[in-house]
Design a protein around this ligand. Structure first.
Ligand code: DP6
Length: 390
């Protein structure tokens, strides 16, 4: 048992979690509260050297209430999705406590937490920030409170796509059949080491916020698009199998073709939504055209695009083709350096009247990466010794 005065102490844990980019898209829920999808999906977890969320959670008997700061600003802790994650983690603590020595839990359930989270990329850029953020929150809480178990079902209740960021490499999210969502879990298909030649480039077409968020957008699609229903029932199940086979065989041509077709079908369901939703813009469509011309030139699928709920292109390719394709992009979207923040491996395209690329490119290393992890260096905590943001 811990001596009484340690309850005055604050315990800190800091973790990081990755972004993931789907190659078979999740779009549409069958349960809004539990966040249960109408189809399974599959993604690649991006390496945290480039894009990541970092979260520090502090826990203390001193804290009067749960609090959260996101990218430096205090946010409302009572948002239902945050509350779901906190509630589910605390439920796991309670379950473990009833199984084991009740005295083993120094971190009492009644202790409040302070959460501080930031992304190393602009939230507005529409780069799966909620996925990395919720995965990081759930993972950090689980390490702080030493709970184990099916954590992806908890991250899922923060943001659907977040469940896939709980693992590295190639990850599928099984839609599940149960009404309580217990079988709607993420599972690693292959680890990040499986396909070392695979590369990911993010072409930032616009850093503006999307006009229609994913949550609202997919809700309208479920209500109005018959194409979405067809996709979920008749297309995705077979496509999941084909995609998993292509990944297992490291068959880029099939992987790339399925990725592009799935992105196109997702955006077609957006257009089939009433009123329609447009995520792609003219620059996105020019990138699509360029990829197809490039592949046609080599009579081979060497490069594939995919777009989420925004205009930014994510390019999958193989290591030998990266530098040439980057040059092709620079040629058609001529560069102009303008002191904006640098992304690693992220090609930033600026869309005003003509399209201009901003970056001198650092070496392209963006590739599949590992899942969430703990940061051992205590100087990297985002919360100071008083439990408030540094
Ligand atoms: C287009 O996970 O952001 O990126 O569950 O409502 O939080 P909520 O939605 P979210 O949707 C992501 C949709 C997507 C496709 C994907 O990542 O699979």
């Amino acid at each position: 048992r811990m001596p009484e005065d340690t309850t005055q102490d604050i315990i800190f844990v800091t973790c990081t979690a990755p972004v993931n980019i789907a190659v078979v898209k999740y779009w549409g829920k069958r349960d809004e509260d539990l966040i249960l999808p109408i189809n399974s999906s599959l993604s690649v977890t991006l390496h945290q050297d480039q894009l990541k969320s970092t979260t520090t959670v502090a826990c203390s008997a001193r804290f009067k209430e749960d609090r959260i700061w996101l990218n430096g600003k205090e946010e409302n802790i009572n948002q239902p999705r945050l509350q779901s994650c906190l509630r589910e983690i605390r439920r796991l603590v309670r379950k473990r406590r009833s199984n084991r020595d009740p005295g083993a839990d120094v971190l009492s359930l009644s202790h409040k937490v302070h959460i501080c989270s930031e992304n190393n990329f602009p939230t507005a850029a529409g780069l799966a920030s909620s996925a990395a953020g919720y995965a990081c929150l759930v993972y950090t809480l689980s390490r702080l409170l030493s709970v184990e178990g099916e954590l992806s079902t908890i991250a899922r209740q923060g943001s659907g796509s977040a469940c896939r960021s709980m693992y590295g490499g190639f990850v599928q999210w099984h839609m599940g059949m149960r009404a309580d969502g217990k079988d709607s879990v993420a599972e690693q298909v292959e680890p990040e080491s499986h396909w070392p030649e695979l590369r990911v480039l993010v072409l930032v077409v616009s850093a503006e916020r999307k006009p229609v968020g994913s949550t609202a957008g997919m809700q309208t699609s479920v209500d109005t698009s018959s194409l979405l229903k067809h996709r979920a029932e008749a297309v995705v199940p077979g496509r999941m199998d084909e995609m998993i086979q292509a990944i297992r065989k490291r068959d880029f041509s099939t992987f790339g073709e399925l990725t592009m077709k799935d992105s196109n079908q997702f955006h077609a369901t957006c257009l089939d939504t009433y009123p329609p939703i447009f995520y792609l813009n003219d620059v996105s469509r020019r990138v699509i055209g360029l990829v197809h011309r490039y592949n046609r030139h080599y009579r081979e699928t060497r490069v594939a695009y995919t777009f989420d709920a925004g205009p930014n292109a994510v390019i999958y390719t193989l290591q030998p083709y990266v530098s040439e394709f980057v040059q092709v992009v620079k040629h058609f979207f001529p560069p102009e350096t303008n002191g904006e923040e640098l992304f690693y491996q992220v090609i930033k395209l600026c869309c005003e009247r003509s399209l201009r690329e901003i970056l001198p490119l650092p070496p392209c290393r963006a590739q599949p990466g590992p899942g969430p992890r703990m940061v051992e260096d205590t100087s990297l905590h985002l919360l100071g010794p008083d439990g408030l943001p540094r």
